[in-house]
Design a protein around this ligand. Structure first.
Ligand code: PLP
Length: 451
């Protein structure tokens, strides 16, 4: 057995069986380790580093705020950074999404959003509305309620006994759906499956549907067809089900628009944001909703029953304000859309490579799915560990990607995601494609799968 990663360190590492390069600095799209080795951060960490590394304006805003006011209790005071952050987010979001509840992580935002939905119905005098519908595959976070709505078996295996029951509906996943993403659409891709699930559960018992507007890593950036969300919205309206759009990964401009739902012309009742809203400089997330929903609580219990010491935190909010102003000032969401088109046109060449089954996504969010057979779409045997081998080969080539497994059937399935910072240039996109191809050969050799 190799030396555990913890020998000689006091850190309880994310992976206890491997040794990590020690990163000492980030600049633009690159990370540098202690030996001076450069890595292309092609997934912005975990879909977080939207502005690039080392932006002085954000560091200054964080430092200034920490000097001016580091912390106040959010139940006793308000302050400029939280007021400004809420105004910035409200301005960027669809008309009704006006109220912003800042938290620290995406999981916290998902927990709070689901609690808000439940509390809303209870305070409306409709306590029977308690069930939640969620898609499969999906990912919404790792705290127990967020894990319960997620359909990612390898994350929840140890905790099944503690999770709450959720109604599962197949996610629109064109590469693996019956209809393969082409009309006539299957129930998963058309959205019909969601209305069927509401009717089967009994509309009077369903509180909310939570979903990622464009799939995150669990469906590898799968993009539902253009009519999907309108159909789902209609079903939610018809049956009085709150629509929670989990934009933790896709929001803050990642898909080339502020929210991934925006191009569908659909407004959710509740939206969660996280990851990129503070560019990775501090942890920050948010629940965004309408005054109409918050007013029900205001007239009833008087508050959202989700108290956290560090919600509405001045320094975190100041980082968010600086990030959103930087995005706006440098037109980085527009740039994300433009560079996204370049990324997807360059990545389409990967389809000719062996083992590459599909390349998809929108904006600067891309998923590349590997398969054993491109005709039948048969996944690689999980025992080959291809996604892991690819990620390691990519790291050795100097490229950081985000792997995911299990999406094909709950166990098999290998894909990697790309989500470079919005400042990425065309030349750097070429660099990603070259390093990606090198990693593919390296991984195929490593696990001995046919090219
Ligand atoms: N929601 C989505 C769509 C995510 O992709 C994630 C994380 O990957 C989360 C929620 C949870 O966010 P966090 O890891 O910040 O708790």
């Amino acid at each position: 057995m190799p030396d555990p990663a913890t020998s000689g360190s006091n850190v309880f590492y994310r992976k206890l069986t491997r040794h990590y390069p020690r990163i000492v600095r980030g600049e633009g799209c690159y990370l540098f380790d202690e030996a001076g080795r450069r890595y292309f951060d092609a997934c912005g960490g975990a879909f977080v580093v939207n502005l690039g590394h080392g932006v002085a304006e954000i560091a200054t805003a964080v430092g200034n705020q920490a000097r001016t006011l580091g912390y106040v209790n959010g139940t006793a005071f308000t302050h400029d950074p939280v007021e400004e952050l809420a105004a910035e987010i409200a301005q960027l979001s669809a008309a009704d999404l006006e109220l912003v509840y800042p938290l620290g992580s995406g999981s916290e935002a998902v927990e709070a959003a689901l609690k808000l939905a439940r509390q809303y119905w209870i305070e409306m005098g409709r306590g029977a509305k308690r069930k939640v519908i969620a898609l499969a595959p999906s990912y919404h976070g790792n705290t127990l309620l967020a894990l319960s709505v997620s359909a990612r078996p390898h994350s929840s295996a140890f905790f099944k006994d503690w999770m709450v029951e959720v109604i599962r509906v197949p996610a629109p996943y064109p590469y693996r759906c019956e209809c393969r993403g082409k009309p006539p659409y299957c129930p998963a891709c058309s959205g019909v499956a969601i209305e069927a699930a509401i009717l089967e559960a009994g509309p009077g018992s369903v509180a909310a549907l939570i979903a990622e507007p464009i799939g995150g890593s669990s469906t590898g950036a799968s993009v539902p067809h253009e009519g999907y969300w309108a159909r789902v919205r209609e079903a939610c309206d018809r049956h009085e089900v709150l629509l929670i759009a989990d934009e933790v990964l896709t929001g803050a401009g990642r898909t080339g628009t502020w929210s991934a739902l925006e191009p569908y012309g659909v407004v959710p009742d509740i939206m969660t944001l996280g990851k990129g809203i503070a560019g990775g400089y501090v942890p920050l997330s948010a629940v965004v909703t309408s005054r109409a929903i918050a007013d029900v609580l205001a007239r009833g219990s008087g508050s959202l029953a989700h108290a956290q010491t560090f919600s509405h935190h001045p320094v975190l909010c100041a980082a968010g304000v600086a990030t959103l102003r930087y995005l706006r000032g440098n037109r980085l969401i527009e740039r994300c859309a433009d560079m996204g088109r370049v990324l997807h046109s360059r990545l389409s060449a990967l389809r000719d490579l062996p083992l590459v089954g599909d390349v998809r996504g929108r904006g600067l969010l891309a998923g590349i799915e590997f398969v054993a057979d491109r005709e039948t779409r048969e996944p690689l045997a999980r025992s080959a560990g291809f996604a892991e081998a690819f990620t390691q080969a990519a790291l050795e080539a100097g490229l950081v990607v985000w792997p995911n497994i299990g999406h094909a059937d709950g166990h098999n399935g290998d894909l990697v995601m790309l989500a470079p910072p919005f400042i990425v240039t065309e030349d750097q996109i070429d660099e990603i494609a070259v390093l990606f191809t090198r990693a593919l050969w390296g991984a195929a050799e490593r696990v001995g799968v046919a090219r």
